[in-house]
Ligand binder design. Structure first.
Ligand code: ZN
Length: 567
């Protein structure tokens, strides 16, 4: 145990992977009576530790499964948890939250300490409706059907059956004809399911609008702001962000597109010209294997900051906190997970010597630092942060690493890596605005037709487009949003990345001016976990929670200068 336990309610050796074992403890909490606010506080500590045990069991099972997908027991263990424990946790969690917020003693709790927690729980209780449960189940099911439909898409290419992710590599090919053929093969395959996906989405939108109505909201957007506990910014702020991106980011995006066109020596940029290195450079190779990645990443963080270096080393040396190498049977992707009872982070990835893997390493390390800095909090719900800030912790590390990338690259290669990373940011913001603006329109116009939806999508493509030539590819462009899974599976979840990116860019500028002060405020903000509202988390990290054109403009100007410098 890394921290002192404030409760002995949950036995240290409980096997929290089954509902049978957890249920008696949750029942005790349901039955407990509150005589004073002190009882309530003890109750919160006990519930926190019990939740931590359950979360950790879920994390451990997930880690075991992803580290070896060929292990049937591991897979079954995780699935059993998802099917039998998680739904019960959700139900009992809601009952317990309700018990707390409806207690007469809640008004005597320390408002500083519990404000964020109570604000969230009050909202959850207030918007809950029994009749929405089946609608939400239906929504999840449709989301899964969408995922299955996309997962089943295969194309015949290069003499082989290939998945959509496998087709991605051809977009890096220096041969334009190969890129075009691969791009068309993928787009044609997607279009085969266009009707089906549009139909699925129609049903989802209808259900979602009904969910909002049932909960007495005017529209689904308002409902989702409450669901996502977005109390610190408004839909209007998001709309201001869209305009800010349009005004200040788009000129750079269009300039970069022009430069790309010239470098590639083509008349117009086509959709298959966007991912290839325009100068014909061979791909970068920052490291050979996971051991080298760990060794060099440790050096990178030690050079950035002694304390962060030490923290990274505790993960390396602390036993089973890193699983980085790519091997047969491992699940794809990368993630950072928390083990909430031990209060230890865990990083998973498939390091294949690609620059992207290095980005993932420092990104996930940022999440792990965040967890290590706030794990002292007794309340499990405060050990972590909303995505708008959690991603500041990780995205900042990507940018603060710039001066130390020479651990992995020659100075020439470092320039290229930084250039590419900055371009990625500039190109992401318009896409983020597009997806968010599209969702705004969809749910504010609940009775729209498919034709109107397509028309609005095309309007947004024009507003946030870089001048790519789609002629002859009209149907492909109209259905482009079908590949953005967030629209289907996690509605309204996307703007968070844009907001966090603004935070990370500010952190980077601060770091360029005064690295020591920036790192101190980075740690100060992260140490708060989610115990404070978003603007305070930003403020404590020396950042402004500001989406206006003035802020975005300042950041874009700095990015443009850095791009010129690294060109
Ligand atoms: Zn992240």
């Amino acid at each position: 145990m890394t921290t002192m336990m404030m409760t002995e309610f949950v036995p240290a050796d409980i096997d929290a992977s089954t509902w049978e074992n957890l249920q008696p403890y949750y029942q005790q909490l349901l039955d407990r009576e509150f005589k004073c606010s002190g009882c309530l506080e003890q109750f919160l500590l006990d519930l926190s530790e019990l939740d931590a045990a359950a979360y950790e069991a879920g994390s451990d099972l997930y880690i075991a499964m992803t580290c070896n997908t060929e292990d049937e027991d591991a897979k079954n263990g995780f699935l059993a948890f998802v099917e039998t424990v998680e739904p019960e946790l959700k139900k009992v969690g809601f009952e317990l939250n309700k018990k707390v917020v409806t207690s007469p003693h809640v008004k005597d709790l320390d408002t500083q300490r519990y404000a964020v927690l109570l604000r969230n729980w009050f909202a959850d209780v207030e918007i809950f409706r029994d009749e929405n449960v089946p609608l939400q189940t239906e929504d999840t099911k449709l989301g899964q059907e969408y995922a299955e439909l996309c997962g089943a898409m295969m194309v015949e290419f290069d003499g082989e059956e290939k998945t959509m992710p496998q087709m991605g590599v051809y977009q890096q090919d220096s041969d334009r004809a190969i890129r075009e053929a691969a791009w068309r093969a993928v787009a044609e395959r997607r279009l085969q399911d266009r009707e089906k996906i549009d139909g699925m989405f129609d049903t989802m939108v209808k259900n979602r609008n009904q969910t909002a109505k049932n909960a007495d909201f005017e529209d689904y957007r308002g409902y989702m702001f409450a669901v996502k506990h977005r109390f610190d910014y408004t839909p209007e702020d998001c709309i201001a962000f869209h305009s800010a991106v349009e005004q200040t980011c788009m000129p750079i995006v269009r300039k970069l597109a022009e430069e790309r066109k010239t470098a590639l020596g083509v008349d117009t940029l086509r959709p298959w010209d966007l991912a290839v290195d325009p100068h014909g450079h061979p791909p970068l190779k920052p490291f050979e294997d996971a051991d080298e990645l760990i060794e060099k990443t440790s050096k990178l963080f030690h050079r950035m900051d002694g304390e962060l270096g030490e923290m990274f080393d505790t993960m390396r040396d602390g036993g089973h906190s890193l699983d980085l190498d790519s091997r047969k049977g491992k699940a794809p992707g990368g993630y950072q997970a928390c083990r909430d009872r031990k209060r230890k982070p865990f990083i998973f990835m498939n390091a294949a010597s690609l620059p992207r893997d290095l980005d993932t390493m420092v990104h996930e390390a940022g999440h792990a630092f965040h967890y290590m800095l706030c794990r002292h909090d007794d309340l499990v719900w405060y050990r972590g942060a909303p995505l708008e800030f959690a991603e500041v912790a990780s995205m900042s590390m990507e940018m603060l690493s710039y001066p130390f990338l020479e651990e992995f690259y020659t100075s020439e290669e470092t320039k290229r890596a930084i250039q590419k990373h900055l371009e990625g940011i500039v190109n992401f913001l318009p896409w983020c605005a597009t997806i968010d603006a599209f969702q705004n329109w969809i749910y504010l116009n609940p009775d729209h037709t498919r034709e109107e939806r397509t028309a609005h999508w095309l309007e947004l493509c024009k507003r946030f487009g870089s001048g790519v030539d789609w002629s002859g590819l009209e149907a492909e462009q109209e259905a482009e949003w079908h590949r953005q899974l967030h629209l289907f599976q996690v509605p309204f979840y996307y703007i968070e990345y844009g907001i966090a990116q603004l935070g990370a860019l500010q952190m980077w500028l601060h770091y360029c001016n005064d690295s020591e002060a920036a790192l101190a405020s980075y740690k100060k903000g992260l140490a708060l976990g989610s115990s404070k509202p978003l603007p305070e988390l930003f403020e404590n990290s020396g950042l402004k929670f500001d989406f206006t054109a003035q802020m975005v403009g300042t950041l874009m100007k700095a990015v443009e200068e850095a791009l010129d410098q690294h060109a």
